[in-house]
Design a protein. Structure first.
Length: 281
């Protein structure tokens, strides 16, 4: 849950005060829409699955896909939903805070109220290998719509993204990668069966967020759409390692023109390090 550009934002989450104001365009877990997983994507694995090939041979091996099939509904029953993210430590993934909430769409910390499967290191559903784990603990950022989540098992053979320590600058170039929908529809959202990628430039820097605009013609393949919440905006010179600058919170209806609203990583970098260093694998 995040406000639109220029609004003063606050949230309500377990253990803190954050009154919600508006649902993000890229917030698949808060829209109440119907979600259908791609048939090729298995959500049944509860353990790590590792390819015989080195993970570091995969382009952007730190990318993470989040998917759940049992998100509770207010009137009973469950629905499916997903987000995107990236590996920042062997047992930790970073994503959007609103990807984890209670039945009333209030952001929550601790043990998630539904199962969330994370797959790291694939470019397509049909690719062999990759590693899969469950989210066992959620830590919500005290400053912006961002969360770090602990995994049930460590991801091996992948260099996690490094956290940015400095304020982003206007015109800074960033890469985007996510597993969001390939449709502008918000009523029948289907996660992509492959990793989407795009190129952006920072257009405005705020206290806890940045705005970024696409540097190429916008399509559903290269900009955030539903299920892209939490997608990394990063810098990388080799497509295998990199620096995480921000994550997707909100934005225009894809692929309509407009800036993406991203949660800055540098303003919570120390907090993140405290969270991922507070427990051992």
């Amino acid at each position: 849950m995040v406000c639109g550009a220029g609004l003063a934002c606050a949230y309500k989450l377990t253990g803190g005060v954050w009154p919600p104001t508006a649902s993000p365009t890229h917030a698949p877990l808060t829209t109440g829409a119907h979600y259908t997983p791609q048939a090729a994507y298995s959500t049944t694995s509860m353990t790590s699955q590792t390819s015989s090939a080195p993970m570091m041979s995969v382009v952007l091996p730190f990318n993470a896909r989040l998917f759940s099939t049992d998100i509770p509904l207010v009137g009973g029953g469950v629905r499916t939903g997903g987000c995107s993210g990236s590996l920042i430590a062997p047992m930790w993934v970073i994503t959007a805070g609103h990807c984890f909430h209670d039945v009333h769409e209030v952001r929550v910390s601790g043990t998630p109220p539904y199962h969330m499967t994370i797959t790291v290191g694939k470019l397509k559903d049909s690719d062999p290998g990759g590693q899969t784990a469950q989210v066992v603990d959620v830590r919500q950022s005290p400053m912006n719509d961002l969360a770090v989540v602990k995994l049930s098992t460590a991801i091996t053979g992948v260099t996690p993204l490094t956290l940015a320590q400095q304020r982003p600058s206007v015109d800074e170039d960033l890469q985007f990668a996510g597993w969001g929908a390939l449709s502008a529809s918000d009523t029948d959202i289907v996660q992509s069966d492959h990793l989407k990628r795009g190129q952006f430039s920072v257009s405005e820097v705020r206290s806890t967020t940045v705005e970024a605009t696409s540097t190429e013609p916008r399509t559903v393949e290269n900009v955030p759409c539903p299920d892209d919440s939490g997608s990394p905006f990063f810098e990388s010179s080799d497509e295998r390692t990199g620096v995480l600058v921000a994550i997707v919170d909100n934005g225009p209806a894809c692929p309509a023109p407009g800036p993406e609203i991203l949660a800055r990583v540098d303003v919570v970098a120390d907090w993140i390090q405290e969270q991922i260093g507070s427990t051992t694998p």
